[in-house]
Design a protein around this ligand. Structure first.
Ligand SMILES: *[C@@H]1O[C@H](CO)[C@@H](O)[C@H](O)[C@H]1NC(C)=O
Length: 310
C-alpha cells in the first residue's frame, strides 16, 4: 500500500518537472542563416497555450558562441498582418544585436492553422491580429491566448531551452504597432518581467481607437473594465512595479497616427499624471513601415542595452 502511494508521488513529480522544463527536443529547427556573425534561426513548436503549432524566431549573436555565457534577451512583437518573418528580414536589427551581444526573440502574431469562422474575414482581427491578449469570448478564448503565450509559455521556453545562453534576469521587450501595444501591456501587467520596454508606433490606447474597439469587443466582449486590463494608457495609471521608463517612437507622417489609431499623446498624458517617465520621439515625415523602423532600431537597441547591461 505504502509502495503504491510512493510510486504515484514519484510519477506525479516527474510529470510536473517535465511540464516545466522545455528542452531543445521539443523545438524543431525550421531555418538557420548566418548574419552579422551570429545566426538567425526559426523554430517551430507545439504551443500549449494556443493549442496549435507555432513558429518563433531567435537571433543568437556571435557572443552566444561560448560555453555558459549569460546574454540579455529582447522580445520583439510584430504588428497586424505580420508573421515572425517581417522583423527578421526587414528591420536590420541583427547588426545592433550583434554589436551589443543581445539575443532577440520574435513570436508570430496569432495562432496559426486553427480554423475559426470569421478568423480571416479582415486583416485587423483574427489570423495575424491576436493583439497579445487572452480572449475570453467564444469562439476565440480556446486558442487566442497570445498574452499568456508571450509572457508565460515562450518566456519559459527561452529560459529553459536556451538556459546555457540567456541571463534569466535580463529580459526586455519592444514591438511595433499592435506589437508595440503588446510590449507595453506585457510589461505593465507583469511588473519586473521585462526590465526595459520600447515601442515603434504603438497602439497606445486601444479602448479609444477603431482597431482596439473592434479587437477588444471581439476578444473581450463589451465590458470596458475588461478592456482596461489590456490597455497601456489605463494600466500605466495603476502601475506599481519597479522603476520603468517607456520609450515611445512615432513617425509624424504615419497615416495611422493621423487617423488616431495610435494616440501616443494619451499614453504620455497618463504617464505624466502618475509620474512614470516616458520619452516620446516624434520623427518628422516617417511613416508606419519597416523603412521607418530600420532607421531607428539601432537607437532602441542602445536604449535597451543601457538598461539590461547596467
Ligand atoms: C513556419 O515557417 C515555415 C517556413 O516559413 C512555414 O512553411 C510554416 O508554415 C510555418 N509554420 C507555422 C506553424 O506558422
Amino acid at each position: 500500500m505504502i509502495c503504491i502511494v510512493i510510486t504515484i508521488i514519484i510519477f506525479v513529480d516527474i510529470k510536473v518537472l517535465c511540464d516545466l522544463c522545455t528542452n531543445m527536443d521539443s523545438l524543431q529547427l525550421v531555418s538557420s542563416n548566418k548574419i552579422f556573425g551570429g545566426y538567425q534561426k526559426v523554430y517551430a513548436h507545439e504551443s500549449s497555450e494556443l493549442k496549435c503549432k507555432m513558429n518563433f524566431s531567435i537571433y543568437l549573436p556571435p557572443q552566444a558562441d561560448g560555453d555558459n555565457v549569460k546574454l540579455p534577451v529582447i522580445f520583439y512583437l510584430s504588428g497586424l498582418t505580420c508573421t515572425e518573418q517581417n522583423f527578421i528580414t526587414k528591420s536590420g536589427f541583427q547588426r545592433y544585436a550583434a554589436q551589443h551581444g543581445i539575443i532577440v526573440v520574435s513570436p508570430d502574431t496569432s495562432p496559426r492553422g486553427v480554423k475559426i469562422p470569421g478568423d480571416d474575414d479582415s486583416w485587423d482581427f483574427g489570423v495575424s491580429a491576436g493583439f497579445y491578449l487572452d480572449a475570453v469570448m467564444d469562439p476565440w478564448s480556446k486558442h487566442y491566448r497570445m498574452g499568456s503565450y508571450v509572457t508565460k509559455e515562450l518566456y519559459e521556453i527561452i529560459q529553459s531551452a536556451f538556459s546555457n545562453l540567456v541571463d534569466p534576469t535580463k529580459f526586455g521587450i519592444m514591438g511595433h504597432s499592435m506589437g508595440g501595444h503588446g510590449a507595453l501591456v506585457s510589461t505593465l501587467r507583469n511588473p519586473g518581467l521585462f526590465k526595459s520596454v520600447s515601442a515603434f508606433a504603438p497602439i497606445c490606447n486601444p479602448s479609444a481607437c477603431p482597431w482596439g474597439e473592434k479587437a477588444f469587443t471581439g476578444y473581450l466582449g463589451k465590458d470596458k473594465n475588461q478592456w482596461a486590463e489590456w490597455d497601456a494608457t489605463e494600466l500605466v495609471k495603476k502601475y506599481d512595479g519597479p522603476p520603468l521608463t517607456l520609450l515611445i517612437d512615432q513617425g509624424a507622417g504615419d497615416k495611422f497616427y493621423k487617423e488616431k489609431q495610435l494616440l501616443p499623446e494619451n499614453l504620455v498624458e497618463a504617464c505624466r499624471s502618475v509620474g512614470v517617465p516616458v520619452i516620446l520621439n516624434l520623427r518628422e515625415d516617417y511613416d508606419h513601415s519597416y523603412y521607418y523602423i530600420s532607421t531607428y532600431i539601432g537607437e532602441h537597441f542602445d536604449f535597451h542595452a543601457k538598461i539590461l547591461k547596467a
